[in-house]
Write a protein that binds this ligand. Structure first.
Ligand code: NAG
Ligand code: NAG
Length: 287
């Protein structure tokens, strides 16, 4: 069968002239690209010289304040960490006691044991307004919160947020937020001595394991158990405030408030610093 193939033109005149003009048009951009290449090389050389001279300059000059990076504490929303070199004392601590109206009357007896109204700062955080308590420990009612999968109706969520609410009070010269339960007893002088060892301008999460091996295995050995109290440095609290509500949503299936706080802090990449002074006590009575 015959097909109509188009004739193949080889070396015909019109094609040659087309090729010629194409070559001519190529020669100009070739010069241009050479020029660009030259410019690029010159630029690179300039960069190299500049960076070498910068390196030499910064290594041989004593003036180091030229390229100061923002310090870590400046990431805080506002900066109350003033006079940060003075030794830490009780005035730098804000306590957050997880409590509830139903049990506060009886449990506050524990807090009364150690609370010194002349020097301690902080609050017992309750789920609703109490009647007249006659209690020296100041209290606040936790704010109402609600997010997908969590709400402050759950005591664990409400108590986990105490550090957030304490931070939001915007108190001056706070270095540490110390969380505890309504039956936690703090020896404040010892607490101050322990916290003073640490640089409060860094992110710290300080506490202790559970006294129960089963609890440690079930939760984590890297978690501070709430009953023994735990401390969060101001810069860590500042970061925690930003992530807490999203975190409560992600860990809404967790059991306790201390486990939620631990999970959020773990997300920030801050490990537990263990201090054996923060401990729970388990009384087991045989009858
Ligand atoms: C720092 O401490 C000194 C005395 O200890 C005090 O006079 C000064 O007001 C403090 N500064 C700030 C910013 O708190
Ligand atoms: C705690 O330290 C601050 C300085 O940061 C000082 O002004 C204050 O008087 C101290 N308070 C006590 C109770 O020692």
């Amino acid at each position: 069968m015959q097909t109509h193939n188009p004739p193949i033109q080889t070396g015909s005149k019109p094609n040659q002239s087309l090729f010629h003009s194409f070559k001519q048009s190529l020669s100009f951009p070739e010069k241009l690209s050479n020029l660009l290449l030259l410019l690029a090389r010159a630029g690179l050389l300039l960069c190299l010289v500049a960076s070498i001279s910068l390196v030499l300059r910064s290594s041989f000059t004593s003036q180091t304040h030229r390229f100061i990076l923002p310090s870590r504490t400046q990431t805080a929303v506002h900066d109350p960490v003033k006079n940060s070199t003075s030794p830490t004392n009780i005035s730098h601590i804000v306590f957050g006691i997880g409590a509830s109206v139903q049990t506060w009357k009886d449990r506050s007896l524990y807090t009364n044991l150690w609370w010194n109204r002349n020097q301690n700062r902080g609050f017992a955080w309750l789920d609703s307004k109490p009647g007249e308590t006659g209690n020296p420990v100041p209290h606040k009612v936790s704010e109402w919160c609600f997010g997908s999968g969590y709400s402050c109706r759950s005591a664990a969520v409400r108590i986990a947020r105490i550090v957030v609410e304490s931070y939001k009070l915007g108190l001056e010269n706070v270095r540490w937020f110390v969380m505890g339960d309504d039956d936690t007893v703090f020896f404040t002088e010892n607490l101050v001595t322990v916290l003073a060892k640490y640089d409060h301008t860094q992110m710290y999460y300080i506490g202790g394991n559970s006294e129960s091996v089963e609890q440690d295995q079930m939760h984590s050995y890297g978690m501070a158990f709430g009953g023994g109290g735990f401390a969060i440095s101001y810069p860590l609290a500042a970061q925690l405030v930003k992530v807490m509500d999203g975190c409560l949503h992600r860990y809404s299936f967790f059991y306790g408030s201390d486990q939620r706080v631990w999970a959020c802090i773990a997300e920030l990449g801050v490990p537990l610093t263990t201090e054996r002074g923060f401990h729970q006590v388990f009384f087991f009575f045989y009858f």
